[in-house]
Ligand binder design. Structure first.
Ligand SMILES: *[C@@H]1O[C@H](CO)[C@@H](O)[C@H](O)[C@H]1NC(C)=O
Ligand SMILES: *[C@@H]1O[C@H](CO)[C@@H](O)[C@H](O)[C@H]1NC(C)=O
Ligand SMILES: *[C@@H]1O[C@H](CO)[C@@H](O)[C@H](O)[C@H]1NC(C)=O
Length: 546
């Protein structure tokens, strides 16, 4: 094989004679790998092994395309770089990874599968590596959605963005260009928000806004580069009949739990091990709580409503914190303290789930091929260890490009905390002001304490119609949020596997009603001053009620 010879004897023969203009192009397969849970890391390694096995088999058979050199790189997410744009500088810094010779980058996630490396390389040979282009399975919004910052307001249905778990193929030319743009010394770039919500849409938008199709024009012009929809990149492993091309890259739906995982304590994580703290306020007692009682509450034995005022009719526990329009930091901290007191010595309870009064969640069974079914929330929790510091939810980012940026779990989707973590928060986190945004302050504090925000794909800050349907198919949804302009009971039946309850289920007996007086938060245990200045500057009121 001439390429091999050239590599081995590169020093002996003149490159121009040996390889000339036929220098093999470098194909880089990057697996962006989340550090938690353990299962995701194993999936990343399995994908990497699988691709290398395919490569070895092709080489043994003498059919590995000679014009390509393949490099596989498992990129462990650095603390904040789950968004590709924020990961790029790291990829660039390691010059070995993204170099001048890289022609193609196949960007995968832990749940991406390469069904035919040979087919993929043959496909790449038919595409032009010098073009500024990227290829993927295109998703479209049905309407302008808050999770995409209401962008492409007039025509959201025509703006394609890639399904990241299906894999995305970039030309080296485009990725080098992007790396230049996001470098600290980079040019003026247009970014619409300091919030990272959907890394995929934000990436497509950034490319469209900042990269001009003509590499000689340095100023971005609008009408930039759009994702190219590639039929060889698929949303599911099964290919549709009559396809012109087979699926070469695809997303792998979440695996049901293995028996081994279930033996490791899964069955024990039933509803009785979770304490649900539901955050409400007087003006919603009549409007929202009946909906919760008719839907998921019946399966949530340990549930408490925490309000600004006590209300025996529900019953709701008063936190003594007046309701405000903006952030609920003081209220949330009070809820965590009151919940710990309420949980007291109930050894059964291992987790606390903090939700809004307009959050819907699924405590229902998912049917698997296994002998029995597992409630969705249990299936999530038994992948984690309740004796450790565990912080689960739908991860958003704030100013991830900056040194003071941080991840946090957005409140409406629900936040799951292990009990040791609740105790740590109560000891170490405090509110810079009573009306600071609770979810962000929590994320900021936990990042300072070194507790990672672990993303859960099935948890949602918005309504089902705010997400692409194919994404909802990939992971069994666990939560949705907002009753606005939607029928929550329909959402509960259609997406969360629920059935209605025809009367309010009685609440679990209260052991002891916590005192309803105002709580005095100890301030300054963990200084959040810097973060707060920054949060206040950006007018977070807008974000809060997403
Ligand atoms: C960036 O934008 C600012 C203000 O719009 C302008 O003054 C500056 O010249 C621009 N810099 C570059 C490198 O284009
Ligand atoms: C959970 O974590 C604790 C403390 O790190 C450890 O001792 C225990 O073995 C873990 N349990 C499981 C099931 O991994
Ligand atoms: C709920 O129960 C009442 C009284 O038993 C009955 O009249 C009503 O039809 C029921 N509603 C539903 C939705 O089943």
């Amino acid at each position: 094989m001439p390429t091999r010879i050239c590599v081995l004897f590169g020093l002996l023969c003149l490159a121009s004679l040996c390889c000339g203009s036929n220098k093999p192009g470098e194909v880089l397969l990057v697996i962006a790998c989340p550090p938690h849970p353990q299962q995701a890391r194993s999936d990343c390694l399995a994908l990497s092994h699988n691709v290398l096995e395919q490569q070895r088999a092709l080489e043994l058979a003498g059919i590995f395309p000679e014009d390509f050199v393949l490099k596989v790189h498992v990129m462990h997410e650095l603390f904040n770089s789950w968004t590709m744009l924020d990961a790029l500088p790291h990829l660039r810094a390691q010059a070995r990874v993204l170099g001048a010779r890289t022609e193609w980058i196949i960007w995968c996630q832990h749940n991406t599968r390469v069904s035919s490396l040979r087919g993929l390389l043959e496909q790449l040979r038919r595409q032009n590596p010098r073009e500024l282009a990227f290829y993927g399975h295109a998703l479209y919004d049905a309407e302008a959605t808050i999770i995409h910052h209401f962008s492409n307001y007039k025509d959201p249905q025509r703006f394609p963005y890639p399904m990241l778990s299906a894999g995305v193929v970039f030309t080296g030319a485009l990725l080098r260009r992007l790396a230049d743009l996001v470098a600290p010394s980079g040019q003026n770039i247009t970014v619409h928000s300091d919030f990272s919500i959907d890394a995929s849409h934000e990436l497509a938008r950034f490319i469209f806004d900042n990269v001009s199709p003509d590499p000689h024009i340095s100023t971005p012009i609008s009408g930039g580069i759009l994702l190219k929809s590639a039929s060889y990149i698929c949303s599911t492993p099964t290919s549709v009949p009559n396809r012109k091309l087979p699926c070469l890259l695809h997303a792998q739906p979440e695996e049901p739990l293995t028996l081994g995982q279930r033996r490791n304590g899964c069955e024990h994580t039933t509803g009785s091990h979770i304490y649900f703290a539901i955050k409400t306020c007087a003006k919603f007692h009549k409007e929202r709580i009946p909906i919760i009682e008719r839907t998921w509450a019946a399966d949530a034995r340990n549930r408490r409503y925490y309000s600004d005022v006590a209300d025996v009719g529900i019953p709701a526990i008063g936190t003594g914190i007046p309701n405000v329009q903006t952030g609920h930091c003081a209220k949330t901290m009070a809820i965590l303290q009151l919940s710990l007191k309420d949980i007291g010595k109930q050894l059964d309870i291992r987790w606390l789930m903090l939700v809004d009064d307009d959050t819907l969640l699924s405590l229902h069974l998912i049917h698997t091929h296994l002998p029995t079914s597992v409630p969705r929330v249990s299936a999530l929790l038994c992948r984690h260890n309740a004796t450790e510091l565990v912080y689960l939810g739908q991860r958003y980012g704030y100013r991830l490009h900056a040194p003071d940026g941080f991840n946090y779990h957005t409140g409406g989707a629900g936040i799951v905390l292990s009990l040791p973590l609740v105790r740590l928060i109560v000891q170490r986190c405090s509110c810079p002001s009573a009306s600071a945004p609770d979810d962000m302050i929590l994320g900021y504090c936990l990042q300072a304490l070194g507790v990672p925000a672990i993303h859960v794909a099935g948890m949602h800050q918005a309504r089902p119609q705010d997400y692409a349907g194919e994404l909802l198919q990939l992971h069994a949804p666990l939560t949705f949020h907002k009753f606005w302009n939607t029928d929550p009971e329909h959402t509960y039946r259609r997406w969360l596997g629920g059935s209605m309850v025809n009367r309010s289920a009685p609440l679990a007996a209260h052991k002891e009603q916590p005192a309803a007086g105002p709580l005095h938060m100890t301030m300054g245990r963990h200084s959040l001053a810097a973060g707060v200045g920054l949060l206040q500057q950006t007018g977070l009121g807008k974000h809060l009620d997403l």
